[in-house]
Ligand binder design. Structure first.
Ligand code: CP
Length: 308
């Protein structure tokens, strides 16, 4: 049966574990996987800029022995001539075995999944969701901490528009003993629908604050995010808020020695490059683990579709 990944909630906790187990096995035994997708194609349909997500999907398919087609901007596709997402999905189903789609409009990958005859992966839709970044985040936490429960997770920056944040909260809320510390300016607080539908609905403990320094000693994970310039309605607001949180080595003076510092990237200036050599910096590990989780995801969805 064809299955897609549109929101991280589409997968059970058991399935997330299965993906992490596969990714860990790929890391340990890459040769075992190098021919599994021979003759298969992924189409990367990116209507918005990307470095990590698009190229890691492409690297993932190539390392599985498959091939890649696609485009990296809407202007080079027939969307520029007015073609709908639904028609694009039907057309690409004639050329490829699986689609990874990024789009500035919330819900566009869902529309694609409803119209494609092949699996569709949401590679980021507007300010909504980014489930495959969450796959990278989960494997990073799992490998760093050895578990996904019983953690105090600080999430800092643009919690309003940061789609990676919304997907990460949806995922981690399903593990026992997770508590969230939500650190943001007033204007960039977590949307009410995420609080209502996930945190309040499940009784997940959380606090909201503007003060990173005050909460730093409690944190097991610090997930920094970029202020999402492209989602602001006016430049003035962006300029006022963009430097709200800048993590520098001196700001870690009261942090745990085993704090895990994460960031989905790209960063602008939220984390000083002086932190990159700190053993607690995990953001480039996230990049690498993202490729392995995307390999595991491609295998799972192609197997379930009966393509492999
Ligand atoms: N983390 C992430 O989605 O990065 P890109 O925008 O470069 O794909």
């Amino acid at each position: 049966m064809k299955r897609s990944l549109i929101a991280i909630q589409d997968f059970s906790v058991e399935e997330l574990q299965e993906l992490m187990d596969t990714a860990n096995d790929i890391i340990a035994n890459p040769a075992k996987y190098s021919e599994l997708c021979r003759g298969k194609k992924i189409a990367t349909l990116f209507f918005e800029p990307s470095t990590r997500t698009r190229l890691s999907f492409e690297a993932a398919m190539l390392e599985l022995g498959g091939a890649v087609i696609g485009f990296s901007e809407a202007q080079s596709s027939s969307a520029a001539k007015g073609e709908s997402v639904a028609d694009t999905a039907k057309v690409i189903s004639c050329y490829a075995d699986i689609i990874a789609m990024r789009h500035p409009k919330e819900g566009a990958p869902l529309v694609a999944a409803m119209n494609a005859s092949i699996p569709v992966i949401n590679a980021g839709d507007g300010g909504h969701n980014h489930p495959t970044q969450t796959l990278a985040d989960l494997l990073t936490i799992y490998r760093e901490k050895g578990h996904l429960g019983n953690l105090t997770v600080g999430i800092c920056g643009d919690l309003k528009f940061g789609r990676t944040v919304h997907s990460l909260i949806a995922a981690l809320s399903r593990y026992e003993g997770v508590r969230f510390v939500l650190i943001s300016p007033e204007e960039l607080k977590l949307p009410s629908y995420v609080k209502k539908e996930i945190l309040k609905a499940k009784g997940i403990p959380y606090v909201q604050t503007t003060d990173l320094e005050a909460v730093m000693p409690e944190l097991d994970i610090l997930y920094m995010t970029r202020v999402q310039r492209e989602r602001f309605f006016n430049e003035e607001d962006y300029l006022r808020l963009k430097d709200s949180y800048i993590l520098t080595p001196d700001r870690l003076y009261n942090a745990k020695t085993d704090l895990c510092i994460m960031h989905p990237l790209p960063r602008v200036n939220e984390i000083s490059v002086a932190i990159d050599d700190d053993p607690r910096a995990c953001y480039f590990k996230q990049v690498l683990y993202g490729k392995y989780m995307r390999m595991a995801l491609i295998l799972k969805l192609l197997k379930e579709a009966g393509t492999l």
